[in-house]
Design a protein around this ligand. Structure first.
Ligand code: DX5
Ligand code: ZN
Length: 226
């Protein structure tokens, strides 16, 4: 893993107070987050419904940090342009969302955005083997997508290691999402992840800065030791 790459913390606003979303985004920005993770759920690809492109557009003026948009949407291609125009920086689609992943990734990059692919827990790393040159980010789901507050699936540590090896020295971020806490951030980072998504572990109790710092310290500590 390129040693120079710092650990990035991306709080998932799914765990924030939706009645005060703009304020919450400003709060995690001020609390030291690196990216803002935005979970888009369509009630079809996943058994939950969250937000659409208009919410991303409304959030854009509240932070200059990276808007890391996770599309749990199928079919996804019809919505990609709307999320690009809304101000997303990274647009991540699921490998399981449809038969034309290569085409979806090309579409994202053609709109001037960073392209990401997400793998559900049961999907093997081989699903990205032939699209590595179309990618800026790989998102490993460490829970079955659709809800925050679930437990981390330990078997994903091996998949993270395998993906880190597949990535080699390509400039591809390896992001992990679901059940990440200060307690397991070290193992996740040591396995090869450089972007850590955390919802409940950042927003619980309201001490955003301390929660972000604790996850970052655990990850950086483990990466230094690795
Ligand atoms: C789940 C989402 C995650 C989730 C993370 O489908 O993709 O981003 O909000 O929340 P925690 O960290 O609470 O598992
Ligand atoms: Zn997510």
């Amino acid at each position: 893993m390129p040693a120079a790459r710092p650990t990035l913390i991306a709080p998932s606003i799914l765990a924030s107070d939706f009645a005060r979303l703009g304020e919450e985004v400003r709060a995690i920005d001020a609390a030291g987050c690196d990216w803002v993770h935005v979970d888009v759920m369509d009630g079809h690809f996943v058994p939950n419904i969250s937000i659409g492109p208009d919410v991303v557009k409304a959030l854009r003026p509240h932070t200059s940090k990276i808007l890391d948009v996770h599309l749990m949407v199928a079919p996804v291609d019809p919505y990609i342009e709307a999320f690009a125009k809304a101000g997303s920086d990274v647009i991540t689609v699921h490998a399981e969302a449809g038969p034309h992943l290569d085409r979806s990734l090309q579409l994202i990059r053609s709109l001037g955005k960073k392209a990401g692919v997400s793998l559900n827990p049961s999907t093997p790393e081989s699903a990205v083997a032939y699209v590595l040159d179309r990618l800026d980010l790989i998102l490993v789901m460490s829970v079955n997508p659709g809800f925050g507050g679930q437990a981390f699936i330990p078997a994903m540590l091996e998949k993270i290691e395998r993906l880190r090896a597949m990535i080699g020295d390509r400039a591809i971020h390896l992001e992990v999402d679901g059940g990440v806490t200060a307690a397991n951030a070290g193992a996740v980072a040591a396995a090869g992840a450089d972007v850590l998504v955390a919802g409940s572990a950042v927003f619980k109790g309201g001490a955003y800065a301390a929660n972000i710092a604790a996850i970052r310290a655990a990850a950086d500590g483990a990466r230094r030791a690795a």
